[in-house]
Design a protein around this ligand. Structure first.
Ligand code: FPP
Length: 247
């Protein structure tokens, strides 16, 4: 839940009216961060989870309404079994350790993607976190797990078709996993690559894109503030002539 006053938000160099409502992040570079330090890739993922903790806290505190993070893509299933096992272990550990604080801060957790692919222990942990936080009024935290943007669109179209909906944009957007978070305002990708990688394809139609070479474990709140400042400085026209679509 928003903790900072407008004055405090300004003290970070940010403009309260230009805080994006919906931020999405591709948390890339954990493996390379670890390799560069002579550590196993798993150590990079662990450091990545620690970085995530502060980013969730800060986005919640400044009043971002929705944060959607790419924790595991459908393509990540191709990784070695051992690395997938480490990621699953980290996920369970993360939820067990953080759930109480997230709940106290009013965060509402929702997984997006096909959770059924994961081991039962992961599914149960994630479902329990969703249930516990379902009625919370604060930050909507969407965690993409075994998520792919095209698969999400196919799923939405199937659902719309099954209810004989009119073939219009609304029929699709209301069946997206993120239907209650709306469009993405700012998409951040760390780790130096400048691509979208099948993330939130529909929702990013008018998003501002922010790429940084910083690897995810090094993405501190100061780095996030840089991204938010860049967002505030962009002129958003949504195909029209002039406006700023931020909150
Ligand atoms: C990309 O780094 C990152 C991932 C595939 C996983 C991201 C996951 C976490 C930060 C932790 C798990 C999430 C939660 C919610 C507990 P990479 O391995 O592709 O890095 P590389 O491109 O350097 O190899």
């Amino acid at each position: 839940m928003k903790k900072y006053s407008d004055q405090e938000i300004k003290s970070f160099g940010l403009i309260p009216e230009r805080i994006p409502k919906h931020v999405a992040i591709v948390m890339d570079g954990n493996g390379r961060w670890a390799t560069a330090k002579g550590l196993p890739r798993g150590a990079g993922h662990r450091a990545g989870v620690n970085a995530l903790r502060d980013i969730i806290r800060f986005t919640s505190d400044i009043g971002v309404e929705s944060l959607t993070i790419y924790a595991f893509s459908t393509e990540n299933r191709k990784r070695p079994k051992e690395e997938i096992g480490i990621l699953c272990g980290l996920l369970i550990e993360y939820f067990n350790r953080e759930i109480d604080e997230l709940h106290e801060n009013g965060v509402r957790i929702k997984s997006i993607g096909d959770l059924s692919w994961f081991p039962t222990a992961v599914q149960e942990t994630v479902r329990a976190a969703e249930q516990k936080t379902a009625a919370n009024p604060g930050l909507k935290l969407n965690i993409a797990l075994n998520y792919g943007g095209r698969a999400e669109l196919v799923r939405a179209m199937r659902q719309a078709f099954a209810e004989n909906a009119e073939a219009d944009e609304n029929a699709i957007s209301r069946h997206l996993y993120t239907s209650d978070s709306g469009d993405v305002d700012l998409l951040i990708r760390t780790g130096g690559d400048e691509r979208v990688s099948n993330f939130l394809l529909w929702q990013i139609a008018y998003a501002e894109l922010y790429f940084t070479d910083v690897k995810w474990p090094d993405f501190t709140r100061d780095e996030l503030i840089k991204a938010l400042k860049a967002f505030a400085g962009r002129e958003r026209r949504f195909g029209g002539l002039k406006t700023n679509g931020a909150k």
